[in-house]
Design a binder for this molecule. Structure first.
Ligand SMILES: [Zn+2]
Length: 500
């Protein structure tokens, strides 16, 4: 069905006019994961007005032909170090230890506020291009408040939803989270809505890790988060960095709650998974990351056994792509690989897979919304929700037909180049595979300045060797955190997957 005079094409529409995505396969991701064939999604203002076949359209509704395409909720990414994106692909062959050496020990502090800005800007644009409508900016390169201002300046320029997760790997969280400058930043830059810190365009979290130091110095940072009424996101269950001691300390001190997001949650014992499940938090799984870095086996197979809610994330573009298709595909593959492996180890065949494609699509959409306390607002294509909608359609692609299993198609067949239209908060930010109102040449120049600067700071030799950095004789193998003398070799005995 084409546009008519009373229903103009999107190019001729007036700003703020109703929009319909017409005649697509809609993965609603409602509670039943309903799939609607040949259905319309009508958007009025910033909301989804109606979803269903042959909707009546208000006069002047702009029509986007969704036939042959799949409509999904906007994807939600719960852990993305956006500041590192100017270094895209540089560390493709790093291990986690090499990443720690390069960023934590040697060069992370060289990033100026404008470099944080450059990375964030590129990452934010890249996110909306790929249909990731909400991203948690796990921003742990904030060595000063000026860096934080620069990070938020970039997020403010891009029409996505973001949760700014404030962090600083160069100082103890008990130090930076308690300064007047930090509180002043929060007052200046983070909006309030209904008495709560953050709104649905810019939320707020505290981002820091818990080393397992029995003194539990992180207490003050948890208290700051509680005081602000925001959640904590923490790299937990990372082999060689954070372990069961951190989870136990958080639990014993009463700081595990439903707002807590446990990133990776890979190398943890049965006891830790039970504490997470019992206190209502969720895990952010970055399967591409865990597979390359060595935090532990991608944890969805263990999290499922414990009923822990899952969301997905891409971690950092220093190694990997930053789109939900890659994270869904990697997660489903890793989960199934593990399931086969476990069966084979006891001489059995896995005849029915425990994780299906529709569940992984839910993790990438509604699961992320739930983890961020935004499930009432976003995460599904249902009337009344904010209009964050993605149309996956590519008439030029032989991989986009036939569409027989729509959830499976999204996970295993589609890719970011197939993202045809992205709507965020009722606004079209991408249409016919082109970003709308984004000056990509300007973004490119901004990023080039940062690359030139970092490269100049390192020198050519260091720049080359940094792609495979030597591991210095330091404590980093037991503790990558430069702000504490605490070290333990207890993570070395950790096996993960709920064992031990
Ligand atoms: Zn991370």
């Amino acid at each position: 069905m084409g546009a008519t005079d009373s229903h103009p094409t999107i190019e001729k529409t007036r700003a703020g006019a109703p929009i319909v995505l017409r005649g697509g396969t809609v993965l609603t991701m409602d509670a039943e994961r309903t799939v609607l064939e040949n259905a319309d999604v009508l958007i009025i203002g910033d909301r989804i007005e109606a979803v269903g076949p042959n909707l009546d359209l208000p006069e002047g509704t702009a029509v986007i032909d969704a036939s042959g395409g799949i409509i999904t909720p906007g994807f939600v990414d719960t852990h993305r170090h956006m500041w590192q994106t100017a270094m895209r692909g540089y560390g493709a062959d790093w291990t986690l230890t090499q990443y720690f050496v390069w960023n934590y020990l040697e060069h992370g502090k060289k990033f100026r506020p404008e470099d944080i800005y450059a990375g964030n800007l590129l990452s934010a644009v890249e996110a909306i291009d790929a249909g990731v409508t909400t991203s948690v900016d796990w921003s742990h390169g904030l060595s000063t408040v000026e860096h934080a201002d620069a990070a938020v300046d970039a997020l403010d320029q891009v029409a996505g939803r973001f949760v700014f997760a404030y962090g600083n790997i160069h100082a103890g969280p008990w130090e930076w989270a308690t300064t007047p400058e930090f509180r002043d930043f929060v007052d200046r830059r983070i909006p309030r809505s209904g008495g709560q810190l953050g709104d649905d365009r810019l939320g707020f979290q505290l981002a820091f890790d818990v080393t397992g130091d029995p003194e539990f110095p992180e207490r003050k940072a948890f208290e700051a988060a509680r005081d602000l009424g925001v959640g904590v996101t923490t790299h937990a269950g990372v082999w060689g960095a954070t372990n069961d001691d951190g989870i136990r300390l958080m639990h014993e001190h009463g700081f595990m709650d439903e707002k807590t997001v446990y990133v990776h949650a890979a190398t943890l014992s049965e006891d830790s998974y039970q504490r997470i499940a019992a206190t209502g938090g969720s895990a952010s799984v970055s399967s591409e990351s865990e597979s390359s870095c060595g935090q532990g086996y991608p944890s969805s197979w263990a999290l499922r056994r414990h009923g822990i809610p899952v969301s997905l994330s891409v971690d950092t573009s220093v190694w990997w792509s930053a789109d939900a298709f890659a994270s869904m595909r990697a997660t489903l593959s890793a989960d199934r690989a593990r399931e086969h492996f476990e069966h084979h180890s006891s001489g059995e065949t896995c005849t029915n897979l425990g994780l299906r494609a529709d569940e992984v699509v839910e993790w990438a959409t509604r699961g992320g919304a739930r983890a961020l306390g935004m499930e009432e607002t976003i995460g599904s294509v249902e009337a009344g929700k904010k209009a964050d909608v993605v149309l996956i359609k590519n008439d030029a692609s032989p991989a986009m037909f036939p569409i027989l299993n729509p959830h499976g198609h999204v996970v295993f067949q589609a890719q970011r180049g197939d993202v045809h239209t992205v709507v965020i908060d009722g606004r079209i930010v991408k249409h016919e595979h082109q970003l709308v109102d984004v000056d990509l040449a300007s973004v490119r120049r901004t990023v080039e300045h940062t690359v030139d600067y970092i490269r100049g700071q390192l020198g050519e030799q260091e720049w080359e060797s940094g792609m495979c950095p030597e591991i210095p004789e330091t404590k980093i193998l037991d503790n990558p955190y430069t702000y504490t003398e605490y070290r333990t070799d207890r993570t070395r005995t950790a096996q993960g997957g709920g064992r031990g």
